[in-house]
Write a protein that binds this ligand. Sequence first.
Ligand code: FES
Length: 604
Amino acid sequence: MQFDASLDYDLDKPIPTTATGLRQGLTSYGDPHFSLFLRKVFIKALGYTDDTLSRPIVGIVNTYSSFNPCHANIPQLIDAVKRGVQSSGGLAIDFPTISIHESFASPTSMLLRNLMSMDTEETIQAQPVDAVVLIGGCDKTTPAQLMGGISANKPIVHLVTGPMMPGSHKGVRIGACTDCRNNWANFRAGTIDVEDISAINDELAPTGGTCGVMGTASTMACILAALGMMPLNGATAPAVSSARLRVAEATGKIAVQASSTRLTPQQILSRESFLNAITVLQAIGGSTNAVVHLMAIIGRHPDVAGTITLDTFNEIGRGTPLLVDLKPSGENYMTDFHNSGGMVALLHELKPLLYLDAKTVSGRTLGEELATAPYVRVPRLSPTNCLHALDSPLYPASSLVVLRGNLCPNGAIMKASASKDRRLLRHKGRAVVFANSADLAARIDSSDLKVDADSILVLQSIGPVGNPGMPESGLIPIPRKLSEHGVQDMLRLSDGRMSGTAGGTIGLHISPESSDPDSVLGIVEDGDIIECNIDQGALELHVADADIKKRIEVRKNTSGAIGKAAQLRTRGYRGLYMRSVNQAHEGADFDFLTAGGPTADSRA
Ligand code: FES
């Protein structure tokens, strides 16, 4: 039936505040009918009819950027989503938000994650959309979109760009970005030459798409499926595959359904959804970054914030084995995980550990979704199978561990499954301290550096405030004089982050960070004894309490910590970041965006 456009001109009938489609969220001109009239004037410049404009509007968030190869396929994905929307009776309208790529954001992509979440929230809120497809992929984009989506609280469905294919060098498969780091370390150690490293550079990212290992992008894609915020088969299909386009078309159809069920992320997501996500995070040996992102996402949800802490990750980890054999914890690539059944197979395998009543974006529960997606187990010895059964895991439990102790009273994170020298998971040694990234760069390869294989490398001042954006410098390089003698792993500690694609025995996200005036990390000195014990979840500085107190007082009177004055002097977004960011254990979100922050809506 044709839509009767004359209804929009009936001045005796107020436009209801519950209006949908083009009639919702009108621009303020003081006369709502005129606002609608004007809106239709402008959108008709694009050739739409009144009939088409009467349909439910599905917004498609376009994060394409020529600086973002991880999002290279977004134009094709948008076309496929539009097919799905239009074949289901909706009107698809795409619009841009910020795009962030790991290697093209200085000083670090994480600085922009909260900005992208604000961009996502505000554009969803401001524009007349009944549901939104959020297309993201590269590390910070998907968490930013879910943070913003939860806060905007209109119906959303996620679509990721998908992983890239692996490349090959001299008959060995390679892929971004675990092999970027391994090969660079080999080049530093002199075990491969300049011709090899140059040829490898050509092959590490042979197609568009997100990093092809279990880095942060892949981890967050798996988490979105576990949370029920996208189709279960939506996490692993390669970026360049036809399967990825079919996922996109299906996502468009789901978004039209969501526009009529009106199920919002705050209604779909529950504490149980997030417990499922943490179970999946442990079972895939996911990125340490995902812990920060999940805490930020949880912190946006008014009913879940505060019910899950870092200790929840440990509790779930103790009962969850590592099942997916992917780099950096294992040997394979995301395409292998996809060919092993991907998230459908993993979730079936994890069923005894999951809350199957958790809701999903389709309106069905996770259990109901799994019932419609049967699990065909690929034979264990098949070359493409990288999924272990629950009773024969790759690593028994706790792939990600939360550490506590006087060095990190609010916690630190370690990816134990990615340790290259498991002896270091229970280790006591002398600290070699670097005051910041510049100090590290200046001295790490110095022949004078007093360091041996048992030393513990400590890097200060790369936390959320100390180095805004908390850079991924936590993978402190092995001093060249040791790597040349075959040392491949050392215990390394910092208040910063590390790429999810990296491996080693690395303690990260130490909270409070060293630039906090009361931080214990900030007063560690060369030669101090530090002890890490993964079994006890402990990270301790063996310095007497009285001496720690004395050092903290001395430091407060010098320039060690970043004071409020420095934060107030810093202009623009960076200044806002320094003044408003919370600590890593809270997700490094802005205090004014969390569910526990200010509640008055500035749009009201
Ligand atoms: Fe984009 Fe790795 S750089 S996912």
